[in-house]
Write a protein that binds this ligand. Structure first.
Ligand code: FAD
Length: 406
């Protein structure tokens, strides 16, 4: 008797960082991969202005780097080439902006500031180079039927409906995932969504000119800068062009109290006086009123899979607040761990007849093994907001008090 074998096909929905990385991992395993993305191709110059990202830069940590390295394509090295290592945090304490450096580790451990758009483009390019990966842009998943392996997508430009088919559907379509919405009709999915009362606004600190007329960083670029102000905070991450991307996190109620430029400058003079000089008043006013005030959503879901037909990864499965800098890193880890389980359960690139349940077992193991860790990291992310905006100051104040008493 001959057993029919056919190369497995996977539809990855979403070409964000996690979807693009998942495409590389599945292609490496010999699967045929089709990635469907609602946005236009971000690599094309004409589309760059159309794409609104959630942040300009991101902190990439060893958790994410390990997954990039696991592709065997030196993607960790590629991404780090344009990243900037941050070896600690620099606290800007009090109105005068008294600086205190706190290293992340005693052995020079770093997190890395990377450009979100470039990272995403690099991953799409890496996946696109593989012969068994195909990308389709401007296609929005509307619904999926996992038992039949079908996807219904809408072309954003022509509004035409496109039907597609795959053995496995991988939802990497972010916090408001359509794959997850469809999954809810197939499994008893526990689901929780919540917003914190705080939002964020991105600002910037431009490079400054030194005595020779060369551009240089306005602050130490080896740090993630934090202005902890107890109920809110501001942070800044360095960029390769010697600017810093600044993010102001505070309750929406506080944003709503700033109506005009006088209110804004008064607020900054009270809480972030040293930053006004670094940003420049005009730029601060322009960016604050132009840039959106983003909300911060938390998503929890369980299980993450349905039979051997669907799995959700990244923010689609566990959107967390950004204060631990681990949302994307953790999404990358999802991909690496899923890949490890596919090996552990001997899932081949072709299905060996109806008695081959290896994929279903691997996906079950993923939900079982990953749930506790994902719950923990979401809680740590929330806790770290209190640590960053308030906790970091406590030992400092204690230490200063001690010094003052000497
Ligand atoms: P996304 O990045 O949301 O990508 C989802 C993709 O799916 C998008 O391309 C989208 O267009 C596409 N899509 C959506 N719906 C559909 C559909 N129906 N059909 C087809 N395609 C679809 N994480 C870190 O690790 N470090 C940090 O420093 C960090 N900083 C952050 C700062 C801020 C202000 C915020 C808000 C988040 C931060 N994060 C950080 C979290 C990080 O942004 C996310 O965890 C990460 O983007 C998740 O990647 P993803 O690919 O799962 O989802």
């Amino acid at each position: 008797m001959t057993i029919e074998t056919k190369t497995r096909t996977v539809a990855v929905v979403g070409a964000g960082p996690v979807g693009a990385l998942a495409a590389v991992y599945f292609a490496n395993r010999g699967w045929n991969v089709h990635v469907y993305e609602t946005r236009p191709d971000m690599r094309l110059p004409e589309n760059k202005a159309k794409i609104q990202n959630r942040s300009i830069n991101l902190a990439l940590s060893v958790r994410g780097l390990t997954a990039l390295e696991g592709t065997g394509l030196a993607l960790d090295e590629l991404v780090l080439k344009s990243g900037l290592p941050m070896r600690g945090r620099m606290l800007h304490i009090g109105q005068e902006g008294h600086l205190i450096s706190q290293d992340y580790g005693v052995h020079g451990e770093c997190i890395n500031s990377v450009d979100r758009a470039k990272l995403n483009e690099d991953l799409i390019t890496a996946a696109d180079k593989l012969k068994n990966v195909e990308f389709s842009f401007d296609l929005t998943l509307k619904r999926a039927d996992f038992d039949n392996g079908t996807l219904e997508l809408e072309n954003k430009v022509t509004k035409e409906i496109v039907n597609a088919q795959a053995d496995l559907i991988v939802g990497c379509d972010g916090a408001y995932s359509s794959v997850r919405n469809s999954l809810m009709r197939f499994v008893r999915l526990d689901f929780e969504q919540g917003y914190i009362p705080h939002g964020y606004c991105e600002l910037s600190i431009p490079p400054k000119k030194n005595a020779n007329g060369e551009l240089e960083f306005a602050m130490n670029p080896e740090h993630l800068h934090i202005w902890p102000r107890h109920k809110f905070m501001m942070i800044a991450l360095p960029n390769p062009d010697k600017s810093f991307t600044v993010t102001l996190f505070m309750p929406f109620a506080n944003f709503e109290m700033i109506h005009n430029k006088d209110d804004l400058i008064k607020f900054f003079e009270e809480y972030f006086a040293d930053a006004i000089e670094l940003m420049g008043k005009d730029l601060l006013i322009k960016e604050y009123f132009k840039n959106p005030k983003g909300s911060l959503v938390m998503i929890r879901a369980n299980p993450y899979h349905y039979k051997d037909r669907c799995i959700i990864l990244g923010d689609a499965a566990h959107s967390m607040v950004p204060f631990y800098g681990q949302g994307m890193n953790c999404g990358f880890e999802d991909v690496r761990i899923l890949d490890e389980l596919l090996s552990e359960y001997h899932v081949k690139s072709s299905r060996h007849g109806d008695s081959d349940h290896s994929l279903q077992r691997a996906l079950e193991a993923y939900t079982e093994r990953r749930a506790k860790d994902l719950k923990a990291i979401c809680e740590l992310a929330l806790y770290n907001y209190i640590e960053m905006r308030h906790g970091v100051t406590s030992p400092v104040y204690l230490m200063r008090k001690k010094i003052e008493s000497w």
